[in-house]
Design a protein around this ligand. Structure first.
Ligand SMILES: [Zn+2]
Ligand SMILES: [Zn+2]
Length: 268
């Protein structure tokens, strides 16, 4: 069965994606409200899908807010690094919630998915980027990282779908309303990728990789615009067949399947 990915929303107020393969699903990050995440679970179940795992990139609230309730209601385990699980420890005091700790350089197989973990530079306990493989296809999710090395960009290039953070336009951030300490945090090496940093990764992925679709994610509402982020990224894919699109911040917006071309999602 083809590997598919949907964006349920991506931005500083919440992040969540659903990967599916046949009748199996995993949720990657569960950063929306308890009610919203449980509603998404019902959508999955109504579509005949069973949730095999809730995989978290890191503990920040915009990635984990609904994870514990989703695990409680679904019975699916939370799969994350030890650092992420430790950071969630208070909320994970319920012993009935299943959890699986993985190393930040490990891969982990669950249901028909093979999930690769890769450390990223971000101000969380043990944050990771993820690769999700099934059916000979790979989706990479690299959101919430302050710096991307050449090796990181090489890792990102080995996929069919790349979901990459394009958080802010640096000039807009520096001239914007945020206080100085927050500007420094966002722009810092443990903060968030700018449009230019994302573009550099995309350029490398275009040069050596096989990605056919790129999603820009985690855009700042204040320090970026959809148009600017798209324009910057598309400069790197000019004269290629690669499609670039932006994940909406707070609603389902994009879906991709290894079995067909990129298209805008219909709501599900
Ligand atoms: Zn985030
Ligand atoms: Zn974060």
């Amino acid at each position: 069965m083809p590997l598919a990915l949907r964006s349920l929303g991506s931005g500083s107020s919440g992040n969540s994606f659903v990967a599916t393969n046949g009748d199996q699903a995993i949720v990657v990050d569960a950063g929306f409200s308890k009610r919203r995440m449980v509603a998404e679970l019902r959508h999955l179940q109504d579509s005949g899908l069973s949730l095999a795992a809730i995989v978290l990139t890191h503990e920040h609230f915009d990635h984990s807010r609904g994870a514990i309730e989703l695990a409680r209601v679904s019975g699916a385990p939370i799969v994350a690094t030890r650092g992420t699980l430790n950071a969630l420890a208070e909320g994970l005091s319920d012993p009935t919630i299943a959890r699986i700790a993985v190393g930040s350089t490990e891969s982990f197989d669950i249901a028909s998915f093979s999930i690769g973990f890769r450390p990223v530079r971000h101000d969380a306990q043990e944050p990771v980027g993820l690769s999700i493989a099934a059916d000979d296809s790979v989706a990479v999710i690299a959101i919430d990282l302050g710096t991307a090395s050449k090796a990181d960009a090489d890792w990102m290039s080995n996929c069919d779908l790349l979901v990459i953070e394009s958080n802010h336009d640096s000039t807009r951030l520096m001239n914007g309303p945020y206080p100085g300490h927050l500007k420094r945090r966002i722009a810092g090496r443990l903060g968030h990728l700018s449009n230019d940093q994302a573009a550099a990764c995309i350029a490398q992925a275009v040069g050596v990789g096989r990605a056919r679709v790129i999603w820009l994610a985690h855009l700042s509402e204040v320090n970026n615009t959809r148009t600017e982020a798209l324009h910057r990224a598309r400069r790197e894919v000019a004269d290629t067949e690669i499609a670039v699109a932006v994940c909406a911040r707070d609603r389902p917006s994009l879906t991709w399947s290894s079995g067909r071309q990129f298209r805008q999602a219909t709501l599900w």
